[in-house]
Write a protein that binds this ligand. Structure first.
Ligand code: CAO
Length: 424
């Protein structure tokens, strides 16, 4: 089967998480992604959070599937020449170096356009133009600067970061959309363009409901928040605990076994259209006609007491039993799944969302496959490359350099030391 991005060549200068997330997605969609790494250690994540000595970490392997790896020293003149040759043949160059690093390598946007006017230069930076544009940024910095941390957590606790990597992976996703859009526009203009995604902007985009709430605050308290009706609302959107960000009240409730299992909980949404069914299920049929409970506005000041009562019912069921019962009535709910449960969930294996991959030095490991499912562009998940595994192959087959030229480049030290052979 063909792939959506067949024929698209990506020069991948990314490292750590944000950029690699983007290029991994493009690779799953069929692009040929050639990852340029510094000789010696390569992407720093190869050696970070290692669980097995001297083996590429899961951090690296889970962000770099379906790519080829070439080692090039960008400061070596011969290395620079190889990079320029790759720029001439590639459609897109993706990077997430610290601000200014690409310019310092000699690859300004003007120079890149001289080399290949059709190339798209896609970058992740921490911040867009402004007071912080020169700052280096990691995931949690972006969560804090993008509005997520101030609105996450409980009102009586400090700001919290979330485990979902909305700063890194979220921005990588945004960048991938920018790249395919630029490729589409190039069909008519014939020109490449710069695509920039700032992590602060990406996080804020994912937090836009909180900027909505900031403006609602000017017109009175946020009635769906747990602070209402008794608590104080200050000048900024407060942390909402587990309240739903939408128009239907929700909360996380204990289920059977919560005393010993930290994930024996269910998210329960008291959706208005199924309110009567909720009353019947939890044994409170009188609430259907009680003026204090029958209509949504009457329930808002009583949400805590309502969820406490519903919890008395959910505590008598496991989260999966509660799911089965509630789903019969179309009551929206979701079990709090642990990573262990997700790793073992067979339906996620069946759809390719959780995939087992074999790696030559690590052995078998689990990863997350492509979450975008397309009927005419199926994704296969291929293991991440060893450092420099495809250096010779790229010079020979992509750049069509002859053996003599390859030998001269190697002798210059531009590709680093001897390459590790692929040991399948
Ligand atoms: N050959 C020669 N030099 C290379 C090279 C190669 N193949 N690849 C990288 N380098 C050099 C760069 O040129 C840079 O050199 P100078 O700073 O001396 O010009 C140097 O390696 C380090 O690059 P860096 O500054 O990007 O890396 P860092 O570890 O210091 O910072 C990070 C990491 C992520 C904070 C920074 O890259 C950044 O802010 N990126 C943008 C935001 C981003 O993507 N953050 C998400 C990170 S994931 O949590």
């Amino acid at each position: 089967m063909s792939k959506a991005l067949d024929g698209v060549k990506i020069l991948d200068f990314t490292h750590v998480q944000s950029g690699p997330t983007c290029t991994q997605l493009l690779a799953w969609l069929g692009a040929d992604v050639i990852k340029v790494e510094r000789p010696g250690g390569g992407d720093i994540t190869r050696g970070q959070l290692r669980d097995i000595p001297d083996v590429d970490s899961l951090y690296f392997t889970m962000l770099n599937h379906n790519k080829r790896s070439i080692t090039i020293d960008a400061r070596n003149p011969q290395g620079k020449a190889v990079i320029e040759a790759l720029m001439k043949t590639c459609d897109v160059m993706v990077e997430n170096f610290a601000p200014g690093a690409l310019d310092r390598m000699g690859f300004t946007w003007e120079r890149i356009q001289q080399i290949n006017p059709r190339i798209i230069l896609a970058s992740v930076k921490g911040f867009g133009p402004g007071p912080y544009e020169d700052c280096k940024v990691y995931e949690n910095v972006a969560q804090c600067a993008g509005g997520s941390a101030s609105t996450t957590g409980f009102d009586d606790g400090p700001p919290l970061v979330t485990g979902a990597q909305i700063g890194d992976s979220g921005t990588g996703l945004h960048l991938a959309l920018g790249i395919v859009s630029a490729l589409f526009q190039r069909v008519t203009t014939g020109r490449g363009q710069k695509v920039l995604c700032a992590m602060q902007d990406g996080v804020l985009n994912l937090c836009r409901v909180k900027l909505r709430d900031q403006q609602r605050l000017a017109h009175g308290p946020l009635t769906e928040f747990p602070q209402y009706p008794g608590g104080e609302f200050g000048e900024a959107v407060p942390r909402a605990g587990n309240a739903s960000g939408g128009g239907q009240p929700g909360w996380i409730l204990k289920c059977k076994g919560w005393e010993t299992d930290p994930n024996a909980y269910i998210y329960f949404i008291a959706q208005a259209p199924v309110w009567e069914a909720i009353c019947d299920v939890i044994g409170k049929p009188e609430w259907k006609t009680d003026p204090d409970y029958a209509k949504p506005p009457a329930r808002l000041p009583r949400l805590k007491a309502i969820f406490d009562t519903i919890e008395q019912w959910t505590m008598t069921k496991t989260k999966f039993e509660a799911m089965d019962i509630l789903n019969k009535y179309d009551i929206p709910c979701g079990p709090i799944l642990s990573m262990k449960e997700i790793a073992e969930e067979q339906s996620l294996r069946a759809t390719g969302t959780v995939v087992e991959v074999d790696h030559p030095t690590r052995g078998k490991y689990l990863t997350v496959g492509n979450p975008i499912k397309m009927s005419d562009s199926a994704s296969d998940v291929r293991r991440s490359p060893l450092l420099g595994e495809h250096t010779d192959e790229v010079l020979r087959d992509v750049l069509r350099f002859d053996e003599k030229r390859i030998a001269a480049i190697k002798a210059s030290g531009a590709l680093g030391g001897p390459m590790r052979a692929a040991a399948e």
